[in-house]
Design a protein around this ligand. Sequence first.
Ligand code: DGL
Length: 267
Amino acid sequence: MDDRPIGFFDSGLGGLTAVRALRRMLPDENIIYFGDTARMPYGAREVSQLRVMARQDLDFVAERGVKCILAACGTVSSTAPDVLRGYAVRTFDVLSSTVREAAKHPESPIGVIATAACINSGAFQKGLAALCPDTEVVAVACPAFVPLIESGHFDPDDAALREAVAEYLAPIKAAGAGSLILGCTHYGLIEEAIRRFMGRRIHTVEASACAARELADWLRAGDLCGGSAEERFCTSGSAEDFARLGEIFLGRQIRGEVEHVPAMEVV
Ligand code: DGL
């Protein structure tokens, strides 16, 4: 038993979908979450910057005494995997578990949607090619999704969201994909809008859920579960906005104050 908190970080609110998924399995875990909203969207940044930011985000949560860290961000997971793997605290990403889950349904083609930096890294494509080399992959960068979601456009009836969904998903729909990887942790929140466009039968593989399962399995296997459901949320952006929108990502009210922390410099 280890009641130190689990550390989570993301560029903003998206990683809360991983917290939510973990809570369903292990409701008592203590949690520290950092949403780096001031530097969002990560997906529009250079890889060299993202690698520096990945280390800063890891340090931010590690300094608060965590037992493990979930990099709840597809962009960081795909552009800084070695930074995560080589870190002093056991760290999980949202990429490898998602690829493994998707490879269980290898029927061609598989669609992948994620941020521009994530798709440009080719990480999902390479991961799938290694596990199911005969499967065609249609990967599409969706740069407008994160800014839309962070500004509150996640209702499936929202006109701007529907327009963006139709634009980005059209090639995947046209290719006849039966499975779709939601490779950015923000996208769980717009799954309904995506399903409406793609059709109900699309099989979605959601990165946050896959990573949360992997993390929960690891805690259970190592007898490391434990806590009293304490949580602490920090953001480099507006604490008020984080608390208001975060409730929707978490599926319930945020307990306690959201802490505003100064934005870090990309050195
Ligand atoms: N949730 C982050 C991800 O999974 C969003 C990155 C961004 O801010 O563009 O990639």
